[in-house]
Design a protein around this ligand. Sequence first.
Ligand SMILES: C[S@@+](CC[C@H](N)C(=O)[O-])C[C@H]1O[C@@H](n2cnc3c(N)ncnc32)[C@H](O)[C@@H]1O
Length: 263
Amino acid sequence: MSEFASFLEKNKAAWNQRTDIHVRSGFYDVDGFRQGQTSLKPFEIDLLGDVADTSILHLQCHFGQDTLSLARLGAKATGVDFSDKAIDFARGLSQEIKVDARFVLSDVMALDLGQKFDLVFASYGVIGWIPDLQKWADTVAQHLEVGGELVLVEFHPLMWLLDEQARVPYFYTAQPDIETEQGTYTDGGEGASITSCWWNHSLSELFRCLKSAGLEMLSFEEFDHSPYPLEGMVEREPGQYIYRSRENQHLPYCYAVKARMKG
Ligand SMILES: C[S@@+](CC[C@H](N)C(=O)[O-])C[C@H]1O[C@@H](n2cnc3c(N)ncnc32)[C@H](O)[C@@H]1O
């Protein structure tokens, strides 16, 4: 058993609990999605460009809306997640809306599909659940064609330190922040008590891991708002959220990395 196995088991249980709540939430608006709305946000839409006929591996796909949004745009999409409830729901949603995508149940750090993709995509709240970022970057590299690209859009590691109840350090520590929350980041599930483990990853750590996996950076951008409304945030402009307590400060909330697999 790896040193992180018990933390990962906790997180898997937490994501199963959250999935039950999220699929019914206004936050994820599954009904709107069924009717044809995309779940993708402007940052990644810009970076991904035209994905028609592109093979895409979507890491930590949750219950599949982004994977299926990519498939609706013509991509050959594979979503991976370690939550069986999320993967079951994603498969059902795919059948229901008649949009073809493959969903695989796996820990992303142990993934070995024996296949290479044009693109690997992951977004918003992914690497903080990963205790060993080098393993995550190696998974990306292992599944990319030479010349294939990673698009990662993520909450900024500094953002978690701006929250009023912030407890996490900026730099990675092997010991996670273990928190029990009442409910989740969406509406609904107020009675649920959910315990999960979080590791903050600095930008320099991310860049180092990608480089050592064999990826070269094509672009890196930082954004001054979140496209998702998280706790304590207000809508500054339509679709742009910032912390209420930091309204007068110009701060980073998200970043986007595009990196290419070297030969
Ligand atoms: C915040 S969600 C990602 C949101 C995603 N952008 C979406 O489409 O909704 C994080 C996801 O990471 C998954 N996850 C966390 N740790 C994982 C791991 N080690 N392997 C695979 N999936 C993992 C969770 O099950 C969850 O579905």
